[in-house]
Design a protein around this ligand. Structure first.
Ligand SMILES: [Zn+2]
Length: 457
C-alpha cells in the first residue's frame, strides 16, 4: 500500500491523501489550498494522476480545506463515488455551491475592476461543477465498516470538530490507516468529544495546534470582555467567521451572554446567506452535538439573518454599537470584506477573529498587527482594535492530540504528522516521540511512502 501526501503537508490547507493499494486508488479528503499565494496557486496545478482514474474519494468533514477542491476534481474528469457522513453531505450542499459562487464572483469582480494580472480571470470551478460534485456524495453510517472499493473498507468515527466531522479508518488487506481528520477538543461547547481512536498500524494525525496548549480561558468570559469594551466605545464589533460551525458557536455564546445580561442587548446580525440553512442542519442532526432543542432555538433567534445584498450594504452605515458575524473566517473572501473596508478605519470598532488564521490570509495579516490591509485591490487603513478569541478553537491542542493518540487501543507502527504549519507539525513530532515510543514522520508535500505491514517488514 502506498500513501502520498498531496496537501495538508507543511500547511493547514489543501488536505489530500492518496492511497494506492493494488490497482485501487482512493483519495482521502479533497481540500482547497488557501492562504499564501504560492499555496493557492497549487489549486491550478494538475494532480499527479488523472482524476478519471481515481476509484473513490472519502471526505472527513465539510470544511473547504478538506472538501473544497472536489468540484475542481469533478471538472477535471472524476465521476466516482464520494463517501462522507450524512451531516457532512448536508453541509456540503450549502458549502460547495457557495464556494463556487464566491469563485465566480471574485473572477467577475477582478475582470470588472481589472486588478487581476490574468485576463480574463477565471473561476477555479463554477456552481454547475459544485452541483455535479454533490450528486456523487454517498453518505455512510457512523461506526459501520463499509466496503467502498474492492479490497478496501472505511469506517467513520466522531472527531468532535464540526457537525458530521469524522476520523476515518481505511482498512486494506495489507493494513489499516487511521486518519484523525481535524480533531476537536474534549471540552468544545457545541460538539461532543472525539471518539477513541480505532486500532490501526498507521496513523495520520493533524497538528494545527501541535505546538500549543489552549489557554484555560472561558469562551463566554473572553467574548463578553471584548464585546463590552467595543460597546463602551460606541463601536461596531465585526466577527469574521466560518459560516458553518463557528458562526453557530458564536450565536450560541451570544444567546447565552444576552440571556444572563452579561453583554448589552445590542443588535446582532448574521450576515451570511447560508446561516439559516446551516442552523436547520444543526437542528436536524440533534443527536450529534451537545445542544438541546431549546439551545438550538435560542441560537436560531440570537441574530437577525441578513440575506439581501442591499441589507448587507446597509450594515456598513451602522453608527452605534452592534455585532456583525459574517464570513469568511480568515477574511479571504465573502461579505465580511465589505464590512472590514467600512469598519477597520475607525478606532472605536473591534475586528474580532474567532479561529486559526492560516499564514498569508488577510486574517493573519491583521492579527499580526498590520496598519493597513489590501481589499479588492485597495489599501484600507486599520485603526480598529484587532483581537483574536483564544478560547474558541475547534482543534485539539498538543496535549489533547497526544492524549488521543495514547488512547489508541493498539500502538500504531508509524505516525505521520500533517495539517500544521511547519513549526507546529515539527513540535508535535518531538512531543509524540517524547511521550510515546513510536516512529513519527512529518511528510513533505508530494512525498510518497510505501507502507509495509508489520508482518512483512
Ligand atoms: Zn476543519
Amino acid at each position: 500500500m502506498k500513501l502520498t501526501f498531496l496537501g495538508g503537508a507543511g500547511t493547514v490547507t489543501g488536505s489530500k491523501y492518496l492511497i494506492e493499494s493494488g490497482s485501487q486508488r482512493l483519495l482521502v479528503d479533497c481540500g482547497l489550498f488557501q492562504g499564501l499565494k504560492r499555496l493557492r496557486e497549487r489549486n491550478w496545478q494538475p494532480l499527479p494522476f488523472a482524476p478519471g482514474t481515481l476509484d473513490a474519494v472519502v471526505l472527513t468533514h465539510a470544511h473547504l480545506d478538506h472538501s473544497g477542491f472536489l468540484p475542481r476534481l469533478v471538472r477535471s474528469g472524476f465521476h466516482g463515488p464520494v463517501y462522507c457522513t450524512a451531516a457532512t453531505r448536508d453541509l456540503l450542499g450549502i458549502l460547495l455551491p457557495d464556494s463556487a459562487w464566491l469563485q465566480e464572483e471574485e473572477a467577475e469582480f477582478a475582470n470588472r475592476r481589472r486588478y487581476s494580472k490574468h485576463s480574463p480571470a477565471l473561476p477555479l470551478y463554477t456552481v454547475a461543477d459544485a452541483r455535479q460534485a454533490l450528486r456523487l456524495l454517498r453518505p455512510i453510517e457512523w461506526s459501520a465498516s463499509v466496503a467502498v472499493v474492492p479490497g478496501i473498507s472505511l469506517c467513520f468515527s466522531p472527531a468532535g470538530h464540526l457537525l458530521g466531522a469524522a476520523s476515518v479508518l481505511v482498512e486494506a488487506s495489507s493494513g489499516r490507516i487511521l486518519f484523525s481528520g481535524d480533531l476537536g477538543r474534549p471540552d468544545d461547547c457545541v460538539m461532543r468529544p472525539p471518539a477513541l481512536p480505532s486500532k490501526a498500524e498507521w496513523v495520520v494525525i493533524e497538528s494545527t495546534y501541535g505546538d500549543r496548549r489552549h489557554p484555560s480561558v472561558d469562551a463566554e468570559t473572553e467574548l463578553a470582555g471584548l464585546v463590552n469594551r467595543a460597546v463602551q466605545r460606541g463601536g461596531v464589533t465585526v466577527i469574521p467567521s466560518f459560516a458553518v460551525g463557528r458562526a453557530q458557536v458564536l450565536l450560541h455564546l451570544i444567546a447565552r451572554l444576552k440571556a444572563r445580561a452579561a453583554i448589552a442587548d445590542v443588535p446582532v446580525f448574521l450576515n451570511s446567506p447560508m446561516a439559516t440553512d446551516v442552523t436547520h442542519i444543526y437542528a436536524s442532526h440533534a443527536g450529534e452535538h451537545r445542544l438541546t432543542a431549546e439551545e438550538c432555538k435560542a441560537m436560531c433567534t440570537a441574530a437577525r439573518f441578513v440575506n439581501s445584498i442591499d441589507e448587507s450594504k446597509s450594515l456598513n452605515r451602522l453608527t452605534g454599537p452592534a455585532i456583525i458575524v459574517s464570513a469568511s473566517g480568515m477574511a479571504t473572501g465573502g461579505r465580511v470584506l465589505h464590512h472590514l473596508k467600512a469598519f477597520a478605519p475607525d478606532e472605536r470598532n473591534l475586528i474580532l477573529f474567532a479561529g486559526h488564521q492560516a499564514a498569508g490570509t488577510r486574517g493573519a495579516v491583521l492579527v499580526g498587527g498590520a496598519d493597513e490591509v489590501k481589499i479588492h485591490g485597495q489599501w484600507i487603513p486599520v485603526r480598529a482594535e484587532i483581537a483574536q478569541l483564544q478560547s474558541l478553537s475547534a482543534h485539539a491542542d498538543r496535549d489533547q492530540l497526544v492524549a488521543w493518540l495514547k488512547s489508541a487501543r493498539l500502538q500504531p507502527v508509524r505516525v505521520f504528522v500533517t495539517h500544521g504549519e511547519p513549526a507546529a507539525a515539527d513540535a508535535l513530532r518531538h512531543y509524540i516521540r517524547r511521550e510515546i515510543p513510536l516512529e513519527v514522520t512529518v511528510p513533505e508535500q508530494g512525498e510518497s511512502i510505501q507502507l509495509e505491514s508489520p508482518g512483512t517488514s
